[in-house]
Structure formats: structure tokens, C-alpha cells
Design a protein around this ligand. Structure first.
Ligand SMILES: [Zn+2]
Length: 455
């Protein structure tokens, strides 16, 4: 619970009944140390400072990666995003919510009196020894003002393919593909499912010490800088194009070209020719629901180079994020043979599957006589049933049969039928393996992969 209307800072451990939240240490950035101290003194002087701290602490404790505040006449609605899903927190009244926003804006070095314009700032902070960066955006809207805070750990926590949840054999296959020559590799995925993270971790798993890696990026797109990869940016506002940057880069004879986008038919054509004739390696990425769809989409986007793209592409990866079952409270159950068949798992091999243990909402925690039920809420996941997320991946390795199928009929189902013959497993099948291992639940797999079919 948020403790509201606390009169004094030292009333923290009072009889309010709320458990004590850890202290958040704000580290505002300003022109100099004195200005930063000035901000802190001004903020601490506001009575609702502990409420601002508690709001952030509550989100961090829940492992939320976003906080949304909606200011309207009636009050302040608060939502946090945990494991990719939005949850509501008890609202604040304006009496508390307004000063909290003043504090947050001051901490981000923004103008607290402006409640209409779009304001963007960042706020470094720490809690229990871990450093975080909050990206703050506020914007006046028809009903009032909306605030979005994205929370990211200062230190990247996902550093290798294993951290992302990729199984070992696939990690090796992916590394081999990323270290081949005279080929194109494609990363693909959908919005909100960690494609940029996969891109960073995947590229960092390639051998960049033996070969010369160079990327071409739009200066306005905020991809994180990669270790041991030469970065070449173009600024369209300054009249630069990816083509001019690429041409000057090619003079340096790079081994591998990293293109977050193929940008234009001319670049797609030039890349294909550099790969085919100069033996270079190229990596690109595209938004698509599956590996096969990604290749078909590339062919459709660059029809003049479709044949070359198919011929040169060695592989394509795609991923989804699934919530991980909380290992402290997941519930085992015996799957029926029908369920195993539906999952494509051999009968007899898997004795136990797991489902999330989600307690009923507080208003339903009574028995038939109206007596309150004793329900223990899991301390690790706080009754969410899930704790953190993991990736499931499908890795398509192109061979001549798959290439022929793509060129003959660029259609997901017919290409899939051919790809299966070489052992290709889809996201659904890879996800079923994760369910069989008790890492995630069937419900979660269905929620993520078949959102339209959800009841
Ligand atoms: Zn739990």
C-alpha cells in the first residue's frame, strides 16, 4: 500500500499498518553538484516526498518496468507493468498526487508548473544497492495529464543467450550461423518481445574479435552501442543517407555489416552483391511473427532482390517472451493424454506439468459462511503466479529445399511443411518444451502465441 498523507518523515514506522518500503535514493542530474543538491533539498522540503519515494519503491519491489500515472479531476490512477502486464495500484488523491508529480518533475530537472507540454527527462536512482535509470515522460491530455516512467537497470542484466532463456544446443547453432561467411542472417520478432535485446545479445555472441564488424544506424534510433562493433550513423535531418555512409564504409573492406534495417531497395541490392561477390557477412532485422514470415516479408519488401536474399540467407531467428512460473508456488498436475497430444509431447515422457497458483482476489477470500479464509500469498511472486520472463526461440536454418520452397511459393504453411523435414521447431513447439520442463504454463503459452483465441 502507498502511505498517503504522512505528516512527517520520521513517522515512517508509525502505526499506519503498511509494511515499510525500502528507501529510494534519488540521484538527480543537473549542471553541477550544487544544483543537484539544491534539487534534493527542494524536494525533501515537500511533505509528500516519502509518497514519491514509496511509489518508486513499490514498483521496483514488484519488478515493474513501467509506471503510468493518470491525472484527472477525480484523482490519480496508478498502474505498473509487471512481466509485461499492467496492474492497478490504489489511486492517489490529487492532494497527494500533485505534489508527488512536482517532486518527480523537479528530480528530472523539468518544469513542474507546466502541465500541458510534453516533457522528457531522466532520473538515476538506487534502491537496496542496485542502480536504476528512470526515463520520465509527462504530457497534457484531454482529461488531465499522463505520466509514463520506464525503469531500466543501470547495468544490463541480460548478457548472453543463456540469460535470455535459449537452450544450449540452439545457442551453439546460432553462434555457428553468426560466424559463417558469405551469408546473411536475419533477426526477427514482434513489438514488446525483446527484439532489441535479442539483437544486442545475439550480436555480442558473434565472434567480433576475429572479424571486423561495422553497423549502419539511423542517428535518431536509440539502439544501444555494441562492444567491438564500429558504429556508423547517418542523420537524415543533416542530409545524410544510409547509402552514402555504406559506400564510404565499404572502402574500408569490412568483414561483417550490421544493418538494423535494409533501408531501401538499392541498399538491399548492394548488400546482396557485397555478400555474394566480396564474401562479406551481413546481419539485419525485421518485425515479423515467425522466422518464415520474416524471410517472406523481406522478399516482399525488396522484390528485385528477393531471389538473392533467399539464396544468401543462412538463417533467421524469432522470439517471444513468456512469463516464467514462480518456482516457489507453481502447482503440479498430471496432464491428460489429450493435453500432451495437443502440446505435441510424447505420452509417458512427461508425468507432471505445472500451473500458476493465483489466489482469489481479496473480496473473494471468504468461505460460504462469510468467514475470512486463511490464504497464504507467495512471498516471491506476491500472488502473481509468475516471476520474471524468459524467451522462446525458433531458429530457421535455410537449406536448398527450404530455399526452393520459398521461391516456389512464399507462403508460411507450405514453407513450414518443408522446414519441418529438416527438424525445424516452431515457437509453439519450442514453447511446449518449456511447458514440459515446468518453466512456464500452458495458459501463458496460449496467451502469448494465440492472443486472438483467448476466451
Ligand atoms: Zn510464487
Amino acid at each position: 500500500m502507498l502511505r498517503r498523507n504522512r505528516k512527517k518523515k520520521n513517522s515512517r514506522s508509525s502505526k499506519s499498518g503498511a509494511e515499510d518500503l525500502p528507501q529510494v535514493v534519488f540521484k538527480p542530474k543537473a549542471a553541477d553538484k550544487a544544483a543537484e543538491q539544491g534539487i534534493m533539498i527542494a524536494c525533501r522540503g515537500i511533505e509528500q516526498f516519502p509518497a514519491a519515494s514509496d511509489l518508486i519503491a513499490q514498483a521496483l519491489l514488484a519488478r515493474a518496468d513501467q509506471i503510468m500515472l493518470d491525472y484527472s479531476q477525480q484523482g490519480v490512477a496508478i498502474r505498473i507493468r509487471v512481466n509485461g502486464l499492467w496492474e492497478s495500484l490504489p489511486p492517489l488523491d490529487r492532494e497527494t498526487g500533485d505534489p508527488v508529480l512536482v517532486i518527480l518533475k523537479k528530480l528530472c530537472n523539468l518544469n513542474p508548473t507546466d502541465r500541458r507540454s510534453r516533457q522528457i527527462g531522466t532520473l538515476p536512482l538506487s534502491m537496496k544497492g542496485t542502480d536504476w535509470i528512470v526515463s520520465f515522460t509527462s504530457q497534457g491530455i484531454a482529461t488531465g495529464e499522463r505520466v509514463l516512467m520506464r525503469i531500466e537497470p543501470k547495468k544490463q542484466v541480460l548478457n548472453n543467450l543463456g540469460d535470455l532463456g535459449m537452450r544450449e544446443k540452439m545457442q551453439q547453432q546460432l553462434r555457428d550461423l553468426l560466424n559463417s561467411n558469405k551469408a546473411i542472417f536475419v533477426f526477427s520478432g514482434v513489438a514488446g518481445h525483446a527484439l532489441p535485446t535479442m539483437w544486442r545479445v545475439g550480436l555480442e555472441s558473434a565472434d567480433r574479435f576475429v572479424r571486423d564488424f561495422h553497423s549502419i544506424e539511423d542517428v535518431t534510433v536509440g539502439d544501444p552501442e555494441l562492444i567491438n562493433i564500429g558504429r556508423h550513423t547517418f542523420d537524415t535531418a543533416a542530409g545524410e543517407t544510409p547509402m552514402t555512409v555504406l559506400k564510404s564504409l565499404l572502402l574500408k573492406q569490412p568483414d561483417a555489416l550490421i544493418l538494423p534495417d535494409l533501408f531501401s531497395p538499392e541498399i538491399a541490392k548492394l548488400i546482396c552483391s557485397e555478400v555474394a561477390n566480396e564474401g562479406r557477412y551481413a546481419i539485419t532485422r525485421i518485425v515479423a511473427g515467425s522466422s518464415i514470415e520474416a524471410i517472406i516479408k523481406l522478399m516482399a519488401t525488396y522484390p528485385a532482390s528477393a531471389k538473392s536474399l533467399v539464396k544468401l540467407t543462412c538463417g533467421c531467428i524469432n522470439l517471444r517472451l513468456l512469463r516464467r512460473l514462480c518456482t516457489e508456488c507453481r502447482e503440479p498436475f498430471q496432464p491428460t493424454p489429450q493435453l500432451l497430444q495437443k502440446l505435441g509431447l510424447p505420452a509417458g515422457r512427461v508425468q507432471t506439468l505445472y500451473k500458476p497458483n493465483i489466489p482469489p482476489p481479496p473480496e473473494q477470500r471468504f468461505d460460504a459462511q462469510g468467514k475470512p479464509l486463511e490464504i497464504e500469498i507467495c512471498k516471491q511472486c506476491n500472488g502473481r503466479g509468475y516471476y520474471g520472463r524468459m524467451g522462446v526461440f525458433e531458429l530457421l536454418q535455410l537449406n536448398d529445399e527450404i530455399r526452393q520452397a520459398l521461391l516456389k511459393k512464399p507462403d508460411v504453411q507450405s514453407v513450414l511443411a518443408v522446414a519441418r523435414k529438416s527438424g525445424f521447431l516452431t515457437l509453439q513447439e519450442e514453447g511446449a518444451l518449456a511447458v514440459a520442463q515446468g518453466l512456464t504454463s500452458l495458459q501463458e503459452l496460449q496467451r502469448v502465441l494465440y492472443p486472438a483465441k483467448k476466451a
